[in-house]
Design a protein around this ligand. Structure first.
Ligand code: LLP
Length: 420
């Protein structure tokens, strides 16, 4: 649990703001971020990587809120985007285009055109057909494409299967044995400036060995490609550094940086990394109110006003988030609760048999480690409000995304105007 969120006189606070004060002002549920914690995470990583001169490109998919992106941009961060929508968010938050990397297996021509027009730092290509589209886009605009090839090093990242990307059998990157073919294709495509190599083997990595293994593959490929006459000047190591949700002991920024040095120092490469979760995960909580405490039957259920549409991770990855009462109840007997939302699915389950005090209707709870892939994966399923976001800064707090209510959502729909 990060120090930005802690009890003060039995009341859970976000920085110096009592969480119930925010609930009073804006209602529940909401995400709440601690600005100082965002900065702390960024500064930890930036100082560890300083010697390597690495550019930190925040993976916008982890949290696309403009205030979040801006909190890194103002410290010099770039952005890693995977859609034109994320590109626009990064630009709107003030990230300079020359610090933006466009990743993703399925960039459309329209997305490539839009990104090229802004003058982004680099495209990370993941297939041979994509190289042809990039080349065509470059030819139309009369521009050279700053290109890195994302290689799939076939390394097991030892994380949840649904967030593993480093194995050959996944859709990501170009297999090592296909890189010769990709290099040959590049040579035929005059608009491509192959300047880099990229990797991303998965998310929430808690062991350092998979990074070690994959970095080894990258270093060997840099040497091989250079020997073949390619001017490889850039290296993109992707994201993936895990955070502590429960008992994990993820690699520290210092250990990660030491590994980068071990493999790449002296190679004269401009290094980029694309962390998402590490920067925002522990800087955010989800706050929700108990609607009903339903006792008896086989189990006790704590039915909250937040649901799987607000925080998808438990339903999707069986992920663990600590759940804490906002008002500490030290004298209360501990009970065991299945913590659920109101959505009509059995998977709308945040945690089973959680040891929590005797909570009642109206009590507030907070989900820890909700700052990454929480709000950014939220939806309006069950015609629920698209969740609001708040930022705390010292004893101040502010809405940073208003809730999208049902009137607004109904207005998204149009009556049919039939055509043939
Ligand atoms: N770079 C690329 C190319 C990526 O695909 C990703 C994440 C990142 C960087 C950032 O990875 P991070 O540093 O956050 O681990 N929704 C899942 C996580 C999906 C990650 C997808 N790619 C979750 O909630 O756990």
């Amino acid at each position: 649990m990060s120090s930005a969120f802690a009890y003060r006189s039995s009341i859970f606070h976000a920085e110096a703001v009592p969480v119930p004060r925010i609930a009073e002002a804006y209602g529940t549920p909401f995400y709440c971020y601690a600005r100082a914690e965002l900065h702390r995470a960024y500064d930890d990583l930036a100082s560890a990587l300083q010697e390597c001169g690495a550019l930190i490109c925040f993976a916008v998919k982890a949290n696309g809120n403009l205030s979040i992106i801006r909190s890194f941009a103002e410290r010099g961060a770039g952005a890693d985007v995977v859609s034109v929508g994320e590109l626009h968010r990064a630009l709107a938050a003030g990230v300079p285009p020359e610090k933006i990397i466009f990743s993703g297996v399925g960039k459309t021509r329209a997305e490539i055109d839009a990104a090229l027009a802004t003058g982004i730092y680099q495209f990370n290509a993941e297939s041979i057909p994509e190289l042809e589209v990039l080349n065509a886009a470059g030819a139309t605009l009369g521009r050279k494409i700053p290109l890195a090839l994302r290689v799939n090093p076939d390394v097991d990242p030892r994380t949840h299967a649904k967030i593993s990307t480093g194995r050959k059998a996944t859709k990501f990157g170009i297999a090592v044995e296909q890189t010769g073919q990709a290099l040959a294709a590049v040579q035929q495509l005059p608009q491509l400036d192959l300047c880099g190599i990229a990797m991303h083997i998965g998310s929430q990595l808690t062991a350092i060995q998979p990074f070690d293994e994959a970095f080894g593959v990258m270093a060997a490929l840099v040497a091989e490609w250079r020997a073949a006459g390619h001017d490889i000047r850039r290296l993109d190591l992707g994201g993936g550094i895990g955070i502590r949700y429960a008992e994990e002991t993820p690699p520290t920024p210092a250990a990660y940086a030491a590994l980068v040095k071990k493999h790449f120092s002296g190679l004269k490469l401009q290094i980029a990394v694309e962390p998402g979760r590490f920067l925002t995960g522990n800087a955010g909580i989800l706050v929700s109110r108990v609607i009903y405490a339903k006792r008896g039957g086989a189990k006790n259920f704590l039915i909250l006003d937040a649901a799987m549409n607000d925080l998808m991770r438990p339903a999707m990855y069986d992920s663990w988030h600590d759940i804490v009462p906002v008002q500490a109840m030290p004298g209360s007997a501990v009970e065991h609760w299945d913590v659920v939302g109101p959505v009509c699915e059995t998977s709308d389950l945040f945690g089973q048999d959680r040891a929590l005090p005797a909570l009642q209707s109206g009590d507030l709870v907070a989900f820890m480690g909700a700052g990454a892939y929480g709000a950014s994966m939220a939806s309006t399923y069950n015609a629920r409000v698209l969740i609001q976001e708040i930022m705390a800064d010292g004893d101040l707090f502010s809405l940073i995304r208003r809730p999208v209510n049902i009137e607004e959502q109904i207005a998204w729909d149009t009556d049919p105007v039939w055509v043939r």
